[in-house]
Design a protein. Sequence first.
Length: 323
Amino acid sequence: MNDQPNLRQFLDEVHSFAEDGSPAPAPGGKPDKLTPIGKVIEIAGSGSQICMDTASLLGLQSSKDPAIAMSGQVGTQVKMVVRGNWLIANVRTLRADDSGEVVAQVDFLGEGSRDASGKMSNFRRGVTRYPIPGAEVHAVTTDDLRSVFAASDEAHIEIGTVYPTDDIRGALYVDPMLSKHFAVLGSTGTGKSTSVALILHRISQLSPEGHIVMIDPHGEYSAAFKGCGELFNVDNLQLPYWLMNFEEHCEVLLTTQDAERQRDADILAKCLLAARTKGKDLSQLGKVTVDSPIPYLLTDLNTIIVNEMGKLERAGARFPSSA
């Protein structure tokens, strides 16, 4: 009787065990119990902590699954079982404790249902129940990440893939993103400008009737949007004079200095306010100041200034009256 096929199968299983860093599935198709890589040591509102075994983390680095191989590193995810659900947390910081184990600060991202085979589905943001200290911590697999980051049919923008995988698309949902403030951050040369241009192009394609105003003081985006946007700069932008505030009016109209400039500025403020309010229903305008962007005519301002100058009386400009 030839035992060579059975020996070959045994060697293949041993080799698979050594590369994956986890036991091969048990006969009958039932998965073996997951091997934890650590435990929860603190749950707090400002941030929770887990403790991970260094040897377990090093053993997972040879896994064929890139998500498992990256387990425990900053920016990666771990998971815990809480009442039949998988709770996903993001690793924020790492440090070594006195015993040589790795202590990590984690932020909880959300939770998903755990089926009989241990797989996660129906991931949703937010946490309904937190784990207690001592709960086991497990490595996150690529299938887990696919459940977390899978894009739905809602309007979204694909900006890349979820690291460390190469087939899970990273998506931004347009409506939730635009309903709040957000920032694109990164060091020099990491592609911030390219990412912003991609996001705005996709938003324009998804909402062709929408309007986007971009302030680009460094001129980085003119080439990216010259075919689908209107560009304004100092060469073609024309603004009405009445949009200038009072300080800008002073820069244009006043030539005096020091005490005389302050006197002339007081006169100009009075005249400018009168020009802005001339012929206007003040009850409809509310509070009006010299900086209010209310249209006025330069001829009106000139007339008011001339009339005001006629009221000026200087010492010595008139003879003393006789008794």
